[in-house]
Design a binder for this molecule. Structure first.
Ligand code: GLY
Length: 444
């Protein structure tokens, strides 16, 4: 490829903001298009960044139309709906080089039943699960398992994509029965199928590998915080904060790689489904054993915000090596910093936050000036240099440090400078607490 590439990133959140920064850092890139993006992604950039909202992530033809308009040298399809809709396949059929798995490979995320059965075929450690096509047999199954163990933890899971909110936790039969009924209300179910899974108890982690179908490279680990409130309480969200690396994973690195990354990539290849792109493993350590909660076919959000900035190697070189199936031929360098991300959301998220739309966000620029801090946006409108809320998760405050204490302190001192008129900013105040405790223990 020539020098001065133009790259199109498909997605609209803080994850796509940080991906666009990774491309911006490459001396080979002079133009980035983010589709549909959000206003703040284009704010105060060093290179030309075009935000084009004339597309829908659920409509691959609308993405193709933008690719034809901008003629990028590379398209990075980063968002789950776009992957599930076959955007990669359509762009490739039209001659564009595309980073991201094709629809059949992205199935590992968008069809939870298929994914569990794939893991079963390849001996990947996972919870017990059953799938159902109608309510009555699910109710009978729930009654049977709670008869044996009334305090059992279960998850009732929609099969399709639900913006990270499709897994409903239950600790009693009554709650499970309510959650079975709620399955009907999920819009993106794949058919009428849903799962009931054994709930695993332990500490969660996220792992990211870039795979060219045969070989792979594993990035630094991370840990997401999925519930809306401190102490892991409240409703599930898309993610309220993250740290990287996640110390819990360190003793298990070899086992996680062998049992859950290698087996998945080889398993996909053995089924003729070469996995090209980012493979995201959501895992949990249960009694000293790493187990799989889920696979996703992309970077996590907010984990991407804490992992990707650590990559020192030109991201374009890594992605091109992936597309050319020579990932094992390049050296990838990552820094030794610790990063903490705290997500700022509209008060009310993940439920009704409609009253916050259009409210003024203050202090974002001051926060960006905090040493070692960057802001990535998911729902920030920019008008006449002022910022306005437009969404549930609005922005990620990401701080780097030499250790978890420094990174956490910087993230929260930046966040303290931000507010939304009417006291409408919500964020968790406990992001990173587990590793703070581990770090302090090690130091004593
Ligand atoms: N961090 C959760 C997700 O990206 O699905």
């Amino acid at each position: 490829m020539n020098q001065y590439l133009s790259i199109m990133v498909v997605g609209s959140g803080a994850r796509e903001h940080v991906i666009s920064k990774a491309y911006e850092r490459s001396p080979q890139v002079n133009r980035i298009i983010v589709a549909p993006g959000n206003d703040f992604i284009g704010y105060r950039r060093q290179k030309e960044v075009v935000i084009d909202k004339e597309c829908s992530l659920k409509d691959p033809n609308s993405i193709l139309a933008l690719a034809k308009k901008y003629k990028p040298n590379l398209v990075d399809v980063a968002q789950d709906d776009a992957l599930a809709q076959g955007t990669v396949d359509l762009l490739e059929e039209n001659g564009f080089p595309v980073f991201g798995p094709r629809k059949n490979a992205a199935r590992i995320e968008w069809d939870k039943r298929w994914s569990r059965e794939f893991m079963q075929r390849h001996g990947i450690p996972q919870p017990e699960f059953r799938y159902f096509e109608e309510e009555n047999s699910a109710i009978n199954y729930a009654e049977e398992i709670y008869r044996k163990d009334p305090s059992r933890l279960t998850y009732t899971k929609a099969t399709g994509l639900c913006s990270g909110k499709g897994a409903l936790k239950s600790t009693s039969l009554e709650q499970t029965l309510r959650n079975i009924k709620r399955m009907k209300t999920f819009p993106d179910r794949a058919g009428d199928i849903f799962l009931i899974e054994e709930g695993l108890v332990g500490e969660e982690f996220s792992y990211y590998a870039i795979s060219d179908g045969k070989t792979y490279y594993i990035f630094k680990s991370a840990q997401d915080n999925k519930t809306v409130l401190n102490f892991d309480e409240g409703d599930q969200t898309g993610g309220m904060g993250a740290i990287s690396p996640a110390m819990i994973t360190l003793p298990f690195a070899g086992q996680i790689e062998q049992e859950m990354i290698l087996r998945a990539i080889r398993g996909m290849a053995s089924e003729g489904n070469y996995y090209k792109g980012i493979l995201y493993l959501g895992g949990i350590i249960v009694d000293g054993n790493p187990m799989n909660i889920e696979y996703n076919a992309r970077w996590g959000d907010p984990e991407c915000q804490v992992v990707l900035p650590s990559v020192e190697t030109d991201y374009v070189d890594i992605v091109l090596a992936c597309l050319e199936r020579r990932l094992n031929k390049i050296q990838v360098q990552q820094d030794n910093k610790t990063r903490v991300c705290v997500v700022g959301s509209s008060r009310g998220y993940p439920n009704d936050y409609s009253e916050v739309k259009g409210k003024r966000i203050n202090g974002l620029e001051e926060a960006m000036e905090t040493d070692g801090v960057a802001i990535f946006s998911a729902g920030v409108d920019v008008e006449d240099g002022k910022f306005y809320a437009n969404g549930g998760r609005l922005f990620s405050v990401v701080a780097e440090g030499n250790d978890i204490l420094e990174a956490k302190q910087r993230a929260y001192s930046a966040m303290a400078r931000i507010s939304i008129e009417g006291n409408n900013l919500h964020y968790r105040t406990d992001i990173g607490w587990r590793d703070v405790e581990r770090f302090l223990k090690e130091r004593l």
